[in-house]
Write a protein that binds this ligand. Sequence first.
Ligand SMILES: Cc1cc2nc3c(=O)[nH]c(=O)nc-3n(C[C@H](O)[C@H](O)[C@H](O)COP(=O)(O)OP(=O)(O)OC[C@H]3O[C@@H](n4cnc5c(N)ncnc54)[C@H](O)[C@@H]3O)c2cc1C
Length: 321
Amino acid sequence: MSKILVIAEHSQGQLKLATGAAAACARDLAAPDSGTFEVLVLGENLAAVAAAAANYGAAAVLTADHAALKEPLADRYAHVIAQVVKERRADYVVAAASTFSKDVLPRAAALLDAAMVSDVIGLAQDAEGLTFRRVMFAGNVIATVRLAGAIKFLTVRSAAFDAPAATASASPVSAVTLDGAALPSLIEFNSCETKAAGRPDPTEARIVVSGGRALKNAEDFERLVGGLADKLGAAVGSSRALVDAGITPNSLQIGQTGKVVAPDLYIALGISCAIQHMAGMKDTKVIVAINKDPDAAIFEVSDYGLVADVYEAVPEMMGKL
Ligand SMILES: Cc1cc2nc3c(=O)[nH]c(=O)nc-3n(C[C@H](O)[C@H](O)[C@H](O)COP(=O)(O)OP(=O)(O)OC[C@H]3O[C@@H](n4cnc5c(N)ncnc54)[C@H](O)[C@@H]3O)c2cc1C
């Protein structure tokens, strides 16, 4: 019977939606041999997050609740994950593919001398056992990978696994016993600066409005891309062209070297859709593009396209909305 440990991700007391994808993958991993999965939540004051994580059908939700874990410092989190994997005798550790897990999971895997695969989009079984399908090279290659060793770590793309339907009964929640003094302290938390824009996180949002080189300056970007996003309650994204030009911050970049998003709707305003940009948004359900060049590559991947100048079309759309 396989035992799987899901690492929950949360922010400001809210469980991140991508954790549902990790739970769904854990459920699929557990199913063939009637195994079970548990969800581990790390942080401080975790009651609300643990209650949300208790709806996935896990055998238990484990909370590592300690003042020293208030901030997601990778050395401490990795230490606690390794401790819990050993205590619960987990065979697999699963987390959503995200910046958080890129930082934390490989360290935890290294502490246990375990193999790890990232960006998993599917599981398959062959004569020799379980394999993982993962995207590589900006989504141009899908590799099939087998992991050796007793413990296996993986991160999963959220678009590839639908979150489990909420269960009628909540999973039991129990606390992990922690020795605060034994936690590593090589990394010190200094401060965290976030823009209080009040807009959703693009990796979690149902709708993302993204702007490209067509936007000539930060004011136009805010007025057109930000304005349309606010009308739709959407998150804002940007191509790298605007980040490189200093028009948008790096935190908005979507793509191979930016964030990977998989919303229901992605509206691309004046973006050509270079392959590196596509790597960050191609799992979108519906792509809408506005571009003044009828031959722009974005029209090859979009579900709806409008050949128009964003400076004319977007204010008109906002007016109608
Ligand atoms: C290693 C590497 C990693 C990279 N990583 C990323 C990444 O993560 N994300 C990313 O986005 N890019 C990335 N890039 C850059 C990428 O190759 C492209 O250069 C970039 O995505 C182009 O951005 P763009 O589409 O906004 O600009 P352009 O390619 O210049 O396209 C602008 C588009 O706007 C249209 N347009 C212009 N004016 C208007 C108007 N008024 N109304 C309507 N349409 C208009 C044009 O027709 C054109 O199609 C990477 C490149 C490399 C080499």
